[in-house]
Design a protein around this ligand. Sequence first.
Ligand SMILES: C[S@@+](CC[C@H](N)C(=O)[O-])C[C@H]1O[C@@H](n2cnc3c(N)ncnc32)[C@H](O)[C@@H]1O
Length: 264
Amino acid sequence: MTEDAPLIDTTVPHSARIWNYWLGGRDNYEVDRTAGEQYREIFPDVLHVARASREFLGRSIRYLIGEAGITQFVDIGTGLPTVENTHQIAQRFAPQARIVYVDNDPLVIAHARALLTSGPRGATHYLHADLREPERVLAAAADFLDLSRPVGLILCGVLGHVDGHRRARGIVRTLMDGLPSGSHLSANDGAYGRSPAFAEAQGHYNRSGAVPYHLRSREEIAAFFDGLDIVAPGIVPCPRWRPEPFREEPADGLDLIGGVGRKP
Ligand SMILES: C[S@@+](CC[C@H](N)C(=O)[O-])C[C@H]1O[C@@H](n2cnc3c(N)ncnc32)[C@H](O)[C@@H]1O
């Protein structure tokens, strides 16, 4: 669903564009690069956090397809297209996989075509919508997915953009309530408590005029999974969530907390 093309504001940094910058992409503006560098000067590990999020996304999708049998996904807070987008990972293992991407950033919509390169047996769809309107997201997803069958809901690095932990929890609850038993939530967010520099850099960013992102405690992130059966190894620093075999235990990116839960 695309409405009138929203305006791209290059006077304040945007989450999707800074994220793209930290991931080594080119879809960002001077204001994003400057803010991204200022952030990195205070908290250099943010580059590892961004990479850890993408790697977690890949591993969790492989789990959802390979072990949970999920072949349809709603990825909210998609971000700008990068090398390994959800549908590319998913359709490598399940060519019939269907994906609904959701983001509210004007530049993401401008690049959405790159997210719509589905393989012939599956399908992708882009929805310009706001996570804070979960009923609307569900209604639009229902036009494209079979919501009587389990869905993988992906909320990576986006719940921090919702003001108030209670409100963010309510949004997750509404989304999961709209999905059938056997659906899974794969989510991660930045956590405070381990690196004071992370909180300092985020506070600086949040005062820049950008849409704020709220770091949360590990317990608050774990609470997003309330009512779900948590998949092992639990809600953990993302590099420790089912790392590739024989990979050395990474020492970076640990301020990103996430996991996977199954709706009973
Ligand atoms: C930090 S990026 C994460 C991108 C991707 N999920 C990943 O993990 O690599 C956050 C994304 O959430 C999007 N976003 C922020 N607030 C949103 C909202 N209220 N509704 C939908 N998307 C939102 C931003 O535009 C951005 O693309």
